[in-house]
Design a protein around this ligand. Structure first.
Ligand SMILES: *Cc1c(COP(=O)(O)O)cnc(C)c1O
Length: 476
């Protein structure tokens, strides 16, 4: 299996070539040159593997279709080591439960940091360690986080050989729980940097440091952002696992997924699963007030927002101004036309702030060919959804999951089950739960008292040189 850039670069790469890379050299994102096809017989086989051997074996079967430069036994070992009950809290790893006979929830948030990013990041940590060891290399990951990504990366990379993590976050802006999660990590290879500024300052610093090419080379600086193909690939697995469970729990004809979306990584993995032949009926993209994606699926116009136009909401992990993985879907929509994809993302967006596919006949096929629909929610919608679920089903869901559920309810059709992805646990966003219900969300035992643990964090001004110096000091 070889990988291509969405912007038409002629070179094809293999999986391990792109594993440690971010964007392709032409600024595009990597995609496999074709999607492996799974027919009904093969699907049945995967279903049996999931129910009889478990999630790790399913992951190995699916990953093997995309990775041909890691020996099978090693890849199996990495999957087995990653997807364990000890790490993800249940035998099924991503268990599905029913709220009603048409609305199910798939739990993706029982990993070490209580958000779905663990599902992919835990595998990435093991893949990175394996590949760096094979190449006898080191990697210094530099990132910016407003919450979930940074902690998922740190918990995945802590203690890993050959890897250090430098994670910037805006000082005092994360929830107290998120700060405690990150800053209480005392591992030698984890460096928390609280920047006196906002999230955009952190992102600008990461960009500026990464653009210092000599330093980037000297320090072997890399990233773990959501455009990494391996992360996306790891997420494909839980759509198969969710589909198999939903099918076993319901006799309904259609099975769909509703995905609380920001950077389009999660739902892009669903798209890949569907392209492989997983018979997903609707792929429902749920956004919050930052509705760049909902707007596109409704109008064909993709209009990125400025930072000033990006709302701070009560589902903060979906507060995006542009969806960094979206280019992958557009490339597929445009039948792999790299030149056109490149024009839209590198020319049109820069020149005019948007691109418009409303007149392209292929846009009309977003539902019939690709199954995509969308919707959005407001703060009031989320509070109401959290209240309804608590009153009717005695469950507490987090505000991101509430986005998904709210949009799913509006989209549910006859003879259909919609699986809503639970992308975080409510304890991570306690203040919104208290606002909705007047009570504290439950806290998993392992997280009792984390706010009072010793913390390690360097506080710094939003100054690129200071961050560079800090990295140089700590990379020996
Ligand atoms: C990251 C995140 C999302 C958005 O996922 P994308 O892959 O960026 O679309 C949604 N909910 C939570 C809780 C997240 O952490």
């Amino acid at each position: 299996m070889k990988y291509l850039s969405t912007r038409g670069l002629p070179q094809k790469r293999s999986f391990c070539d792109i594993l440690l890379e971010g964007l392709a050299p032409d600024g595009g994102l990597y995609l496999p040159e074709h999607y492996p096809q799974i027919d009904a017989k093969e699907l049945k086989k995967l279903e049996l593997i999931f129910f009889q051997e478990g999630y790790a074996s399913l992951a190995f079967s699916l990953l093997s279709l995309f990775i041909d430069d890691i020996p099978s036994a090693d890849l199996k070992g990495l999957c087995d080591k990653t997807y364990t009950k000890a790490v993800f809290g249940s035998e099924k790893i991503a268990p599905v439960r029913a709220l009603t006979d048409g609305l199910f929830i798939q739990a993706l948030s029982n990993g070490p940091t209580l958000a779905f990013k663990d599902m992919a990041m835990q595998l990435l940590g093991n893949l990175f360690e394996y590949e760096l060891n094979r190449k006898n290399q080191e990697l210094n990951i530099l990132g910016a986080t407003s919450g979930d990504t940074g902690s998922a990366a740190e918990y995945a990379m802590r203690g890993k050989k050959g890897i250090r993590v430098f994670m910037t976050s805006p000082k005092g802006r994360m929830s107290p729980f998120q700060q405690a999660q990150m800053f209480s990590l005392l591992d030698d290879n984890i460096f928390n940097i609280a920047v006196e500024g906002v999230f955009d300052d952190c992102q600008d610093i990461v960009k500026a440091v990464s653009n210092d090419l000599p330093l980037k080379k000297q320090l072997k600086i890399g990233t773990v952002n959501s455009i990494n193909w391996a992360r996306l690939l790891a997420q494909v697995v839980y759509y198969f696992a969710g589909y198999f469970q939903a099918k076993a729990m319901s006799a309904k004809t259609h099975i769909s997924f509703a995905v609380p979306s920001g950077n389009f990584g999660n739902v892009c993995a669903a798209h890949v699963a569907r392209m492989m032949g997983l018979p997903i009926h609707q792929l429902i993209v749920a956004t919050n007030e930052n509705n760049v994606l909902d707007e596109f699926f409704k109008t064909g116009i993709y209009r990125v927002r400025s930072s000033a136009d990006t709302h701070e909401t009560s589902s903060p992990s979906m507060d995006i101004s542009k969806a960094s993985n979206f280019e992958r879907f557009i490339f597929d929509l445009l039948e792999k036309d790299g030149a056109l994809t490149s024009k839209l993302f590198s020319k049109d967006i820069h020149a005019q702030g948007f691109f418009d596919l409303s007149a392209d006949p292929r846009f009309k096929a977003i539902f019939s060919k690709f199954g995509f629909t969308s919707g959005s929610s407001t703060h009031q919608n989320r509070l109401q959804t959290i209240k309804d679920v608590y009153t009717k089903y005695h469950e507490i869901i987090d505000p991101h999951t509430a986005d998904g559920l709210k949009v799913a309810q509006a989209r549910l059709v006859e003879d259909e089950v919609i699986v809503v992805l639970e992308t975080a646990l409510p304890i991570k966003f306690a203040s919104t739960i208290i606002e909705a219900l007047g009570i504290e969300p439950p806290r998993p035992e392992a997280f009792e008292g984390i706010e009072s643990l010793p913390k390690r964090v360097a506080v710094m001004p939003a100054d690129v040189q200071k961050i560079k110096d800090f990295m140089l000091e700590n990379v020996s």
